[in-house]
Design a protein. Structure first.
Length: 264
């Protein structure tokens, strides 16, 4: 039997806060119990499991973050988890003008149980990439998947790899020279964890095992490095696949977004 409480405790202890080796231009600042990051696609606030404040004091903490990024003319993501305290945090964020995005499930798996030889459909190959041009091809694929301009992702991946090439491994699944899916492994130095990110796949290539193959190749790389746990923030589409592979749900996560008012 898996001790999900133990997995959650390890996650809270090791995966909160700001990772080491931030990309060039990204700055972390402490404000009371929270850490805020500037210099990315949008601002980011990371909080501990228990903020230790409530009521009017919590409202002031939230307002300070909102107003800080408002002065910069930037949007802001406050990342929450389902077990965070105080329980009123989501309501307080909404009251301050933050809007929730889609809730995801935080899943954790033991790396050795996930490592496997990737099985791919005919005509698809996996390739680890490091070139800037490949990161921009990934961003173009993501833009197609989501129907939005994801050019920022190419810049983000390029900066991450430049800052810590030993901590970020990016893979593409290609068919006929086209990127049909992509995913990356992010090692959390100084912890027992690595994160699995990405995994979006073009509509016509879904349901063929590409997502599972990308999990397998990244898990194998993590296992070779002695990493104990893999963590995923999974959509409702991905979570069932990961649970069948042996991942365990430990909590949920919902990003709350504040955006500056549109001029005009």
């Amino acid at each position: 039997m898996t001790n999900t409480d133990g997995l959650l405790a390890a996650y809270d202890e090791q995966m909160r806060g700001v990772p080491p080796n931030l990309p060039a231009g990204v700055v972390a600042e402490q404000d009371g119990p929270v850490l805020r990051l500037t210099g990315q696609f949008r601002g980011f606030v990371s909080a501990p499991p228990d903020l230790g404040v409530d009521g009017a004091e919590l409202d002031l903490l939230i307002a300070r973050q909102r107003d800080y990024f408002a002065a910069r003319g930037e949007s802001l993501e406050w990342k929450t988890r389902g077990h965070d305290r105080p329980a009123a945090l989501p309501d307080r964020l909404r009251a301050a003008g933050f809007v929730p995005e889609e809730r995801e499930t935080v899943l954790i798996g033991r790396t050795r149980e996930m490592a496997a030889e990737p099985v791919l459909p005919d005509g698809v190959v996996l390739r680890q990439v490091t070139a800037d041009a490949d990161m921009r091809r990934i961003a173009a694929m993501e833009s197609t998947v989501w129907g939005q301009d994801w050019a920022w992702l190419g810049d983000d991946l390029i900066a991450r790899v430049a800052a810590a090439p030993g901590e970020v491994a990016v893979f593409v699944a290609e068919a006929g020279g086209e990127v049909v899916s992509a995913a990356w492994l992010v090692v959390r130095t100084g912890t027992e964890f690595a994160g699995l990110w990405g995994g979006s796949t073009l509509q016509e290539w879904r349901g063929r095992g590409i997502y599972r193959a990308l999990v397998a190749v990244r898990a194998s790389m993590a296992a070779a490095r002695g990493i104990r746990y893999l963590q995923v923030d999974a959509s409702d589409d991905s979570a069932p696949i990961l649970r069948r592979l042996g991942f365990h749900a430990v909590t949920t996560t919902t990003p709350y977004i504040w955006s500056p008012p549109q001029s005009g």
